[in-house]
Ligand binder design. Sequence first.
Ligand SMILES: NC(=O)c1ccc[n+]([C@@H]2O[C@H](COP(=O)([O-])OP(=O)(O)OC[C@H]3O[C@@H](n4cnc5c(N)ncnc54)[C@H](O)[C@@H]3O)[C@@H](O)[C@H]2O)c1
Length: 257
Amino acid sequence: MEDGIRGGVAVVTGAARGIGAAVAGALASAGAAVAAIDLDADGLAKTVAGADGRVLPFTADVADSAAIAEVVGQVERELGPITIGVPVAGILRPGSVTDTSDEDWAATFAVNTTGVFTVLREVSRRMVPRRRGVLVTVGSNAAGVPRTGMAAYAASKAAATMLTRCLGLELAGSGIRCNIVSPGSTDTEMQRLLWTDENGAARVIAGDPAQFRAGIPLGRIADPADIADAVVFLASDRARHITMQNPYVDGGATLRA
Ligand SMILES: NC(=O)c1ccc[n+]([C@@H]2O[C@H](COP(=O)([O-])OP(=O)(O)OC[C@H]3O[C@@H](n4cnc5c(N)ncnc54)[C@H](O)[C@@H]3O)[C@@H](O)[C@H]2O)c1
């Protein structure tokens, strides 16, 4: 699994907690030097302390393209050529379309879509002349199936998914692979914000016909490590013939709609 990862340099955004922290830790364990990027410096310090490998913190906002261009340059100066890019940072502001403000819509797209675009662009510009690299965007199963109360989020994730697949087509001739991992309900702060009481997880697993949600056939909420495992596989040479793909790591929740 480590082939293609060991000795490389990975950039992971949203790495202060949750799925991003798990991805940063997993890539470090597989032998990459990891640049962990997030707004939350305290959270980044915890990711660094918990890692079994080399993780360095970089505080930056993925919605600020100048800051991301700067930090990507700094990572290459300090760690060497970036070989793996994983945009994970995302936000969820639940609400029906009729209740979504201009600000909620803009903020959601600024982080979940433009933030992914900026990171992929800055990293791939450096990978192309070297003809080496792999990119894995963390999307969402909400990008593939309509959900109530999540339209802005789902639309922003669908855009990030297609952006990543188009980039995969543009970069295939340079030997650079681009894939997406689309999690379903995963036990993180973002997910727990949706739970109103101690039965929140059980309700997600059971599903809710009133919300047209089928539940989770495998009967559990994902751990962040479940998502990180899929990212590490796609980043490794074992996935060397896989590009423009979008596996759902959701316990079957979307029935792969
Ligand atoms: N948890 C789930 O159930 C679930 C399901 C599907 C998809 N996802 C996606 O997985 C990714 C990670 O989610 P999570 O559950 O770990 O979320 P989380 O809220 O626990 O963590 C998100 C991290 O991103 C960082 N972040 C947010 N905005 C940022 C910005 N502008 N610049 C830099 N960092 C920023 C936060 O500080 C935080 O550390 C997100 O893209 C999310 O949409 C999560």
